[in-house]
Design a binder for this molecule. Sequence first.
Ligand code: CO
Length: 499
Amino acid sequence: MDKSEEPQVKQDELTKQEEEKKALVTEEAGAEVQAEGAKKKKKKKNNKKKNAVADTGEGAPEEEKKEDAKEEKKEGEEEDEDSGAEGEATGDGEAKKKKKKNKKKKKKTAGGAVADKREQDNSRFRCLGSWKAGDWSQSYPPLKPMTTLFKEGEFPIGQIMEHPGEQGVKRIGDAELRAKERIFEGDYDKLRRAAEVHRQTRKYAQKFIQPGMKIMDITNEIEACNRRLIEANGLEAGIAFPTGASLNHVAAHWTPNLGDETVLKYDDVMKIDYGSHVEGLMTDCAFTVAFNPQYDNLIQAVKEATETGIKEAGIDARLGEIGAAIQETMEAYEVEIGNKTYQVKAIRNLCGHSIGRYNIHAGKSVPIVAGSNMTKMEEGEQYAIETFGSTGKGVVYDDLDCSHYMKNFHAEKVPLRNSKAKQLLYTIEREYGTLAFCRKWLEEHFPRHIVPLKMLVDADVIKAYPPLSDVPGCFTAQFEHTILLRPTCKEVITRGEDF
Ligand SMILES: [Co+2]
């Protein structure tokens, strides 16, 4: 995500949000995270069963599996302590759980998981496709990393599309370009591995996300799954950036900080935005979660606008023209919410962006409104195509309570006097390099980081990425895919049947 301009709107009404938050805490009756999050709720089992059936609308066999997975977790409560918040790789926990395996009556795969199937009904979410039946050897919850499911060089290829214009047809059959492409196959393969992690993680998220859950539990669970499947290991492979879970008028860059109690409601519109990387080669992909059909036209507008962006993108495509096409698709929609009709607006100071190695915003921005940028996309580039629609003003400003930070990619060496600030910078460089991180993650490596973190931000070594919000009371939606501009074609690496 990229914010293209300085904030244009100033406002100080955060009261509404605060009130909502308070109201929500009392509502916390419903669902729970199936795996890690379940540990605190031993005594609520009866509730849970009732809710799970009511909320998911899934068939009986699935429910059995879910309950099964919960039982497993409850028995393994102690080891959850370390696999929970930071979601360590499964190795350890797996071994411990195996010891307890003989207690189980039903068939299990390694790590206490049950066999999953590929087919998954997503109809309880608005405007998300369902996963079709087919070969599938992942467990539930997903514990098997991609390298155990696929051989190197054989990670699933994304959606292949022609580059726009006449050259597109020529490129796709060009032998020389194909030969050129072979040089990059290794990188494509790593990106496809990261993309498959994104797909499998989101399929999982689409199974467990329910109104009533704490956003903290949702994001922790997504991150734990992401880490397991990508085999997170220092800067070699891991999460590419914090899991965005921005709600309603907040469009992007919000993830809960430690202690946050926000609960997902039936009427919320949540943007789930996360990424995985292998050796700094990363995916950036997002979708909108909503349950109430009143948002359908907003979500559909954004989904189609992102598809327009993907279709228009390609070698030699001009950035300004892509923006114009996106805006036209988006703003053809109206949405009726609570007896009021809104024209969907493309958020004019948010953009897609080029991606480089360990560099989420590599320099080029893909606007989502018409503009005069004549810059062309080029062969070999990688882009996140993302669009945001809003029922508000169509502009975002920096909101409060920052969670996202990232080292300045081109930061000069700045002499730091404060020893805490120096230590913190060292920790950030070691753990995240130039990848984005959030305060929740930092807590484990560097508790009481607020003051030194502010020093680093003031010294311009670390940049703060506060939540980006439209006016309170409005709703925003987002869809995003990562595409590769290969010499012969355009590959939508994060494509799935859900979106
Ligand atoms: Co992005």
